[in-house]
Design a protein around this ligand. Structure first.
Ligand code: GAL
Length: 807
């Protein structure tokens, strides 16, 4: 038996908080409030068009003139100054380190009135000591001053101590914050080599085991059993028949390091790692443990919808479960460092990661973004990020930046080269990509050639040119699609459109609308399916996020959150979820039909089916509208020439497009390969049904949607019940008719009457209901309430029968 006496790391959750007047927010409430960390001071609102109203030219979207961008950073009051303070008990014979997982932003940390550290970038982890000379009694006071500037961000950044703060108590001789490095330089099915490097510190100075008179011993553990022992600050061990890490089997090992003075353990640390082999080559593409695979990834912003930027492990777990069910196997942390909890969960649950620190280098996209800090801080920021996550099995690659303007400037090549050198100095085991949107320039100006692993954001029309000209002979879809849609809202007729806007501030759920710079999922499916040199893709985005409400971002208040998500802000899947699932989830069948079936008599309604069955038939009240199968790659070429093919969907109609030089032309011919579409179905009250057929032509599955009657009662589903949440339960609340059919137009105000309320959302990007009041309008018949585990309560709405929380 090994005795584990872990070093003492405490979460500092209990703080006092107040806002301080600033130029942008002169009239804030300056009283002290008791708060619990993680805490986002802005998420309680209220929403206001005037919050961070930006008059800007969004160059990367092709804009030439400045326009008023409303809701661009969420329409919430995240700007201004905040002050947090707490008092912690200390013992003058011990040594203390404070670790901040992220503080938004420009954090200035004081202990007993002395400044310990300043860290401007709000997303990174940083630490500081409590200097021994400051410990004169049995407690110390910690003060954290934060400041968020207007135009600091082009999405919702959150505000405050929104991630965890740790107090680490140790001996004077100890392993510092990022002091353990574990690598697996050689891996095959029979054996793996594990190598470690351990840093030691004597108070605030770095030291060695010899100088400190200590011994360092690391046990390599799997499932509680010791597999090997490594003695010294550096060393290697062989592991026989290693359990390799993959998204499908995320096996993890632990390096348990002890610092010993004689028999006495003076410090110890557990570092989780995985054994896996990764490679990227033009011949075989991306390989994990010797098998070629393509990233089926999504980009995500850091906010958690109605919870704001405040980190919650249950919310992250729920996101990962939904994404994995869709067949997604990778997340890109766009465009900043993730919370450590996300990386831990990705390790445990099997989700690969691309970690990206920056949205800009030294050329800004908004007045006060990170470009102001970049020259002085990039080394520090990259160093902390790579040291923090280089031991994590799930991290497959780094990104040095997103759509940085330097890609077309003379200094771009020098900067990308310098950044990559630093990444490799800290971590020679993973490649570095860069999300490039200026394909037509970077293919020829040397920048694309200088990026270790070229990543294209959109520009599907330039992939082949990129492959032909770039020496790496591989292209990663670092950011793809940016299709826009609103859950449960359908615009007829279904037409492929660019930047479509409507009076109700919604985008059509037929998944046919996008922005001038972006495209439809099919353009990326095709590139990934047909070319061996594509490495996979990261869809913009897995989840809707606060801010960037394109196509309603220009003077289009009250839109204030994104329309790009495959899953909406209330964590409810849009139809597109099943389109991706039908292509990505290789283990389960998908059969999904849209739209709802509540129309006017006489309406001609398009009906789409997303499935991985080879074919399906549409029935309306039992009458067949024909059987359709997926077109082959070859057949799409004939469709492109205007041929009609029997048994295959027709192409959608295309609205007039002004395709910019750098954009990609619509490719309607690709859709029949991935979707089944009946464009002209006369509406008759009753039901639509899709019947799926397998390869042998046998009926394999059915799915139906019925016309819903009048709203009758509320139905509640505990969405993350199986995930066994520690604290936060997600409840999907539905307005249904007498038979239990969701009422697709219902917008009833739902109230929660009970304890444990945390937050609520409905996924409507233009709805200004507060996230933090226990009531929410249903949107397309549904909304989500997040309630603390073990609470009692029920949901009511005028005229509807209520429903209680489920146990
Ligand atoms: C990209 C950008 C993302 C987001 C997206 C919206 O160009 O990298 O951050 O703005 O467009 O489509």
């Amino acid at each position: 038996m090994l005795s584990l006496i872990l070093a003492i790391s405490t979460l500092l959750t209990s703080w006092q908080f107040r806002q301080e007047p600033s130029e942008q927010m002169p009239n804030v409430d300056t009283a002290w409030h008791q708060v619990s960390i993680p805490h986002d001071w802005a998420i309680s609102g209220p929403f206001d068009r005037a919050n961070d109203l930006q008059e800007v030219i969004v160059v990367q979207n092709g804009e030439k003139e400045p326009t008023w961008k409303t809701g661009r950073s969420g329409g919430l009051p995240w700007m201004g100054k905040g002050h947090y303070r707490t008092r912690v008990a200390v013992d003058s014979t011990r040594f203390y380190t404070l670790v901040f997982d992220g503080a938004m932003s420009h954090a200035d940390v004081y202990v007993n009135g002395e400044e310990m550290v300043y860290w401007p970038y709000g997303y990174n982890t940083f630490d500081c000591y409590i200097l021994p000379q400051l410990i004169t009694g049995d407690s110390v006071d910690i003060d954290v001053f934060l400041e968020n500037k207007p135009q600091q961000s082009r999405w919702y950044p959150g505000a405050g101590l929104y991630r965890n703060v740790h107090l680490v108590e140790s001996d004077r001789i100890h392993i510092p914050t990022f002091g353990v490095l574990v690598r697996t330089p050689k891996v095959n099915a029979r054996q793996a080599t594990v190598s470690i490097e351990i840093d030691l510190q004597d108070g605030v100075e770095s030291t060695s085991a010899e100088a400190a008179g200590v011994e360092v011993v690391t046990d390599i553990l799997y499932d509680g059993h010791r597999m090997a022992v490594i003695r010294g600050q550096q060393g290697e061990a062989e592991i026989n028949l290693p359990h390799v890490w993959s998204p499908e089997s995320p096996h993890l090992y632990i390096a348990h390091t002890r610092v010993l003075r004689g028999e006495k353990v003076v410090d110890e640390k557990e570092t989780r790692f995985g054994i896996r082999d990764i490679s990227y080559t033009p011949e075989k593409g991306f390989q994990l443990n010797g098998l070629t695979r393509k990233f089926k990834g999504v980009c995500n912003h850091h906010d958690l919808g109605p919870l704001g930027a405040a980190i919650h492990k249950d919310a992250l777990r729920h996101q990962i479960v939904m994404l994995k069910n869709m067949g997604c196997d990778a997340i890109r942390t766009s465009h900043n460092m993730p919370a450590p909890e996300l990386v831990e969960l990705c390790d445990e649950m099997g989700m690969m990661m691309m970690i990206e620190p920056f949205d800009v280098w030294n050329h800004g996209k908004t007045d006060n973004d990170y470009s102001v800090e970049f020259n002085e801080w990039w080394r520090w920021d990259i160093t902390n990020m790579v040291k923090q996550y280089r031991n994590n099995a799930c991290v497959m690659l780094w990104s040095s930046g997103n759509e940085v303007w330097n890609q077309v400037l003379p200094d771009g090549i020098a900067i990308v080269t310098e950044l990559q050198e630093l990444f490799h100095q800290l971590d020679p085991t993973r490649p570095v990509t860069n999300g490039m949107d200026q394909a037509m320039h970077v293919i020829h100006n040397g920048f694309g050639a200088a990026v270790e692993l070229p990543g294209f954001n959109y520009r599907t029309g330039r992939y082949i040119e990129g492959y032909e000209h770039l020496p790496q002979k591989m292209i990663l879809g670092s950011e793809t699609a940016s299709t826009v849609s609103s859950r449960g809202v359908y615009k007829i007729p279904a037409v492929l459109k660019d930047f479509a806007t409507y009076d109700d501030h919604q985008s059509s759920g037929y998944d046919l609308e996008y922005c001038p710079w972006s495209g439809l999922p099919e353009q990326d499916f095709q590139l990934q399916d047909d070319y061996t040199w594509t490495l996979g893709q990261f869809v913009w985005t897995g989840f809707d996020y606060l801010g960037e409400p394109s196509p309603y971002d220009t003077d289009a208040w009250p839109s204030h959150s994104s329309y790009f998500g495959i899953i909406d802000l209330a964590s409810l899947p849009k139809d597109r979820y099943w389109l991706y699932r039908s292509q990505w989830n290789e283990y389960d069948y998908t059969l999904h039909v849209l739209p709802h079936w509540n129309w006017q008599e006489g309406d001609r309604v398009p009906v789409f089916c997303y499935t991985n069955y080879p074919s399906a038939e549409l029935l309306v009240n039992g009458k067949s509208y024909g059987k359709l199968r997926h077109a082959t790659a070859k057949e799409t070429q004939r469709l492109a020439k205007g041929k009609r093919l029997k048994g295959v969907s027709a192409m959608p109609k295309v609205a007039k497009f002004d395709v910019p030089e750098w954009g990609s032309a619509p490719r309607p011919e690709l859709l029949p390969r991935y979707r089944l579409m009946w464009f002209d179905v006369p509406f008759k009250q009753g039901k639509i049904e899709v019947v799926a057929y397998d390869e042998k032509g046998q009926v394999a599955a059915r799915k139906e949607i019925r016309t819903a009657g009048a709203p009758h009662h509320i139905e509640v589903e505990w969405a993350n019940r199986e995930e066994n949440p520690e604290e936060l339960c997600y409840y999907t609340v539905k307005v249904v008719d007498r038979e239990g059919n969701v009422c697709p137009h219902a917008a009833n105000l739902i109230q929660y009457d009970g304890d444990g309320f945390v937050a609520t959302a409905n996924g409507d990007a233009a709805c200004l209901d507060s996230f933090v009041e226990p009531q929410m309008h249903a949107f397309a018949g549904m909304c989500t309430f997040i309630i603390r585990k073990g609470s009692r309560g029920f949901f009511t709405s005028e005229g509807l029968l209520p429903a209680g929380l489920q146990d």
